[in-house]
Design a protein around this ligand. Sequence first.
Ligand code: IFM
Length: 440
Amino acid sequence: MLTRADFPEGFLFGAATSSYQIEGHAKGGAGPTHWDNFAATPGNVVRAEDGALACDHYSRWEEDLDLVAGLNADVYRFSTSWARVMPEGRGAVNEDGLDFYDRLVDGLLARGIKPALTLYHWELPSALADLGGWRNRDIAQWFADYTNVIAERLGDRIWSAAPINEPWCVGWLSHFVGAHAPGLRDIRATARAMHHILLAHGTATQAMRAAGMSNLGAVCNLEWASPAEDTDDCRAAAARYDAIYNRFFLGGMFKGEYPELVLEGLGPHLPDRWQDDFATITTPVDWCGLNYYTRTLVSPSDGPWPHYQQTTGDLPKNSIGWETYPQGLHDFLMRTHTEFTGDLPIYVTENGMAANDVMNADGRVEDSDRVAFVSDHLNAVHAAIAGGAPVRGYYLWSLLDNYEWAFGYEKRFGAVHIDFESLKRVPKTSYHALAEAFRK
Ligand code: IFM
């Protein structure tokens, strides 16, 4: 595996988590979220599991920060939960929630780790979901208000901040595919949510800038789309998929435009005068984060727009069934640099794999597949840097096994194994390999 010495001076290594996936949302006065509602509805989540206890990071955060330090990570990417800080989404603040994040940030700084904040990693307060959630344009202001509360309390000690994790998941996966909360399958809701997410990205960025925060970014997840066969129809279907998944959000934020291939379907459903919002959506940022996991093969299908279907190829797959395709990370880093962000620093803000990690009789978890996965993707990052992409860091998803959304606790992404009964943390083989590679 490549090590720190192989990367340019100042390249940062890190590990990522998110609030609902690890904290234990039932603790500390957090309000209900749309993920609690989604999980409580039969058929949405494996075994109807939710984030009520998760990894109990809320109580065990010091042990977890020691694990980040032991990994030799420079950066810890975490999120604050809107519903923990403002249980109703607006108005009253839960001081215990703010105190928790205050301790967390100080704990990181005390260990010499840079706090990389995400403001929204999916746990929308239920009270705001009741008002239409991301479909309601007012969310841009609600989100800015919440951002101000965080900025006021933590802004002086945060190293980097991004408003919304993975706009594609918040918009398309949650409102069109229906696989994430709120579980809608509605094209009009999708169009509005996708646009309002970008608007809220802009209002929150402006709020943080006004509060004196710096090093502000945007984090998009990208999935490489290849034609399933070498035909014009498959190429057109893959281009449509690519436009929706990979070009819509970057296009909005960095070019002030949406791809024609997306407007063909979503255009009639966007809110009136949506173009006027690009002034806010393109509010300048200081870096761009890419989350990357896999590729998909696309072919045309009958039926309404976007009339495509997906298959997988014969590459090795993770335990969810996602193909391992490091070339896609290289190609996205190059494309983002040349087509969207120019000289802006790029970070790989998430990359990792789900594996069927089991503990040996002697108490070890030997996840050699994950070691190979990370190694192959670090090679891809290295090649992109050599090709001229200004990539400045790589963060593993994830520090801990955690709540993998609709898959519940079954799919394990962590470098640290969690026994979800005892909550015991056991560093896996990958943790030790990465600690060695990240050694300063
Ligand atoms: O667990 C998720 C995370 O919340 C967002 N990015 C992808 C990860 C793996 O699916």
